[in-house]
Design a protein around this ligand. Structure first.
Ligand SMILES: [Zn+2]
Length: 217
């Protein structure tokens, strides 16, 4: 998605993403207290929110204690408490990464940026790097969550043992809070890491559009 479009949908987009993160963590649980939904029944259209009213309606339905009259600061505070207290469901191995990516995404929002983050996981399942989208904070069009993550990681001396020349050795996985866009998807593919994500990106998600890429022959 172009940077300009991000700007025009700034607030809605941030709220959409963070609400989506929370939702996905939430619906990963098998015993859902307040919402009779699961990952098999949530349509992709749910993850696009076009107005504040629509957003507040969705997020108020989550078990975070948020109400329609809460301001943004209160919403973020309640989300932070909910995420911090959330216990990953052992039935879903990636639940712990969903929680970690949501916590990292919230850091970005509190800085005034977009609520998107990515986590780098080694072959043993250990989180070895994490970063969030810093486009607005640093005025950098390239610093989407996954791009910021790989740049931050590759600049570390300790990353050498995971690297070949400009690719990463097999066995690493990037877990994003939102489906990678075309730019990030290509970076991840070139780096040679596996890709997982928390919420689909109906607008610009590239993983589900991989067939759009050129093919040999
Ligand atoms: Zn991206």
């Amino acid at each position: 998605m172009a940077a300009a479009r991000y700007k025009t949908k700034n607030i809605q987009f941030m709220r959409k993403i963070i609400s989506s993160c929370i939702l996905l963590i939430f619906i990963a649980e098998t015993t859902v207290a307040q919402q009779p939904i699961n990952t098999d029944t949530v349509p992709q259209s749910y993850f696009v929110t076009y107005s504040k009213d629509e957003y507040m309606q969705k997020i108020s339905a989550l078990p975070c204690g948020i109400t329609n009259t809460d301001n943004l600061a209160t919403v973020l505070k309640k989300l932070q408490i909910f995420i911090n207290n959330y216990k990953p469901n052992k039935k879903y191995a990636d639940d712990v990464y969903a929680k970690a990516s949501a916590i990292e995404a919230l850091k970005g929002i509190k800085e005034g940026g977009y609520g998107i983050a990515a986590i780098l996981i080694d072959s043993t399942g250990k989180i070895i790097e994490q970063a969030h989208n810093s486009q607005l904070q640093l005025h950098r069009s390239d610093l989407h969550g996954e791009m910021a993550l790989l740049t931050k990681f590759e600049q570390r001396r300790t990353a050498r043992k995971y690297q070949n020349e400009y690719t990463l050795k097999p066995g690493l996985t990037v877990f994003s809070s939102a489906e990678p866009c075309p730019m990030c998807f290509m970076r991840l593919a070139i780096a040679g890491v596996n890709t997982k994500y928390c919420t689909p990106g109906p607008d610009d998600g590239m993983v589900n559009r991989v067939n759009c890429l050129p093919r040999p022959g």
